[in-house]
Design a protein around this ligand. Structure first.
Ligand code: ADP
Ligand code: MG
Length: 242
């Protein structure tokens, strides 16, 4: 069964329809990459998956449950997802380790000593064990984004949602973050993300979905969608970004 399944999802802001008839499924362990021009609805799709936006129509199931049911506790659903944005939003007054363990302690109720152990393990996993007591401002942008990813991963989410996590980085720092995402995929972490990094999509994605005006116009393997697109709109988009 799919870990996350969106069926017929529609979302409008006022009379501006931002997502319509979106069908998308992600199996455990898969990496699904959303591509599309700015404004095509990629971030809104991630926010709907996370219940930060309430969908107008359609059903989203996560881990076997309909999370669009109004009785569902959004905070509880979000606690099983890890969300990382373009802007890493680390707390500047906390150490790197403090940032990584804050939600574990405050939201998940993990005792301090255990949170510390898990936080240090997670920092080791993202290659930043030696930065545990540093302040975020002393780190490069790429390192800060790896801390933000560690912070999202430390609670063992079932699904990681990543919204253009390399877009704010200087070009020379993009690779270290994409390499980390590739390692997470190899470790079996399930990811739904949007990016303009087509090389990453080609190498790591199981499935690529092309959004245009809030609709998934084409989806399939990277070979199909990036290598041999059947839709004119997909071809036009790809030719613009290459
Ligand atoms: P993308 O991430 O692909 O650039 P977005 O999902 O951010 O696209 O936005 C899709 C469209 O929805 C845009 O036209 C944007 O202006 C609009 N939009 C996004 N969020 C809101 C909001 N909270 N209120 C009104 N319009 C919004
Ligand atoms: Mg966006």
């Amino acid at each position: 069964m799919a870990l996350l399944a969106m069926t017929g999802v529609r979302k409008a802001f006022g009379n501006h329809v931002v997502l319509s008839s979106v069908d998308l499924t992600i199996d455990a362990g898969q990496c699904v990459v959303l591509i599309g021009a700015s404004g095509s609805g990629k971030s809104t799709l991630l926010r709907c998956a996370n219940l930060l936006e309430v969908v107008d129509d359609g059903v989203i199931t996560f881990d076997g449950r309909d999370i669009t049911d109004p009785r569902v506790d959004g905070d509880e659903v979000r606690s099983r997802m890890g969300l990382v944005f373009q802007a890493y939003n680390l707390f500047p007054h906390l150490s790197v380790l403090g940032n990584v363990t804050l939600a574990l302690r405050k939201v998940h109720g993990v005792p301090d000593a255990e949170a510390r152990t898990r936080g240090l393990e997670m920092l080791d996993r993202v290659g930043l064990a030696e930065k545990a007591s540093a302040r975020p401002d002393d780190l490069s942008g790429g390192q800060q984004q790896r801390v933000a990813i560690a912070r999202a991963l430390v609670a063992n989410p079932r699904l990681m949602l990543l919204d253009e996590v390399t877009s704010a980085l200087d070009p020379e720092l993009v690779g270290e973050v994409l390499d980390l995402l590739g390692e997470l995929k190899a470790d079996g972490v399930t990811m739904l993300l949007n990016t303009h990094e087509m090389g990453f999509a080609r190498e790591v994605a199981d499935q690529v979905c092309f959004l245009h005006d809030g609709r998934i116009h084409e989806s399939g393997t990277p070979e199909q969608v990036l290598g041999n697109p059947t839709q004119e709109r997909t071809r036009a988009f790809l030719s613009r970004i290459r």
